[in-house]
Design a protein around this ligand. Structure first.
Ligand SMILES: Cc1cc2nc3c(=O)[nH]c(=O)nc-3n(C[C@H](O)[C@H](O)[C@H](O)COP(=O)(O)O)c2cc1C
Length: 276
């Protein structure tokens, strides 16, 4: 939404539903969100954005952290940069516990790289205030590199975790000074694929789940030694039985997984924050 008055009650509902943190999104570049003056568009409206932060902070119990997600600006104009910092500083003043910054402008959508130099500048500006970095963290090593190169307090991986939830254990191992763990074995992958379908079925009906999970299957398939053929199998799934049949056929032997290869043809680059 974009009406500040709506945010308090909405945030409270989420707390009542059991969520631990309320994260306010001022970063989404998707047209249907922008068109309705939401998401990333709010980076051009500091007063409204900050009013939203206040409403949410006031509405939820003090022990529930309220965090904010921003892109580094609406676009590359100096005025947009000023507005970014107005919202950034104002949000902490109004009680935001942390701010995550994606190093792209809204205008940029997903084109061009996430600007880590600007993330470093933002963290320097923030001092002790908690800043998380976002953008282009496709491998566990990239997560550590961003922390090291920009000084941010932590990072969030989005597209790099789609079809590869193991990125988190890998990053944790590297952060602890351990070697990069092996990619997940095929049985580990199969269990995650099964669980993913089961969880989606809690929200959607079987047919919709199957069609929606095709694209996730394709992403998981990058960790399979025969990913090119497996991808074709996921593309045609339209029921739970067919999903299970793919898992039975392709994942029955517990072979070692393949490490995901990141290049510009990789399907992870086609992702936006548009949800089903
Ligand atoms: C499918 C998808 C859904 C997303 N949903 C949200 C969201 O609800 N709120 C938000 O602040 N960012 C959202 N994002 C943006 C990501 O948090 C992240 O900032 C952006 O994708 C850049 O990081 P990445 O290169 O690791 O993907 C989403 C991204 C993707 C790919």
């Amino acid at each position: 939404g974009a009406v500040p008055e709506d945010f308090g009650p909405a945030a409270l509902k989420l707390v009542e539903a059991g969520f631990d943190v309320i994260d306010i999104n001022f970063g989404c570049p998707v047209k249907k969100v922008l068109g309705r003056c939401r998401g990333g568009f709010l980076l051009s409206q500091p007063e409204t954005a900050l009013e939203i932060v206040s409403r949410v902070r006031d509405a939820v119990p003090p022990h529930v952290p309220v965090t904010v997600k921003m892109r580094r600006a609406l676009d590359d104009q100096a005025e947009s940069r000023d507005k970014f910092f107005e919202i950034f500083d104002g949000a902490y003043e109004r009680g935001a516990a942390a701010i995550t910054v994606h190093g792209r402008t809204v205008e940029q959508r997903y084109n061009g790289p996430s600007n880590w130099d600007i993330l470093r500048e933002i963290k320097q500006h923030a001092g002790d205030r908690v800043v998380l970095g976002s953008g282009d963290l496709f491998t566990a090593q990239a997560c550590l590199d961003m922390i090291q190169q920009t000084g941010v307090d932590g990072v969030t991986a989005a597209r790099g975790a789609i079809g590869n939830p193991w990125i988190f254990r890998e990053a944790r191992a590297l952060a602890a000074g351990l070697p990069l763990p092996d990619p997940p074995s095929l049985h580990e992958q199969r269990d995650a694929l099964r669980e993913h379908f089961r969880l989606a079925m809690e929200v959607y009906d079987e047919k919709r789940t199957a069609i929606m999970l095709r694209k996730f299957g394709i992403k998981y398939s990058e960790l399979h030694p025969r990913f090119e053929e497996l991808r074709e199998a996921f593309i045609v799934v339209s029921s739970l039985a067919e999903w299970d049949a793919v898992l039975d056929e392709w994942y029955h032997e517990d072979l070692p997984g393949r490490r995901r290869v990141i290049n510009e043809d990789s399907p992870i680059f086609s992702e936006t924050c548009e949800v089903a």
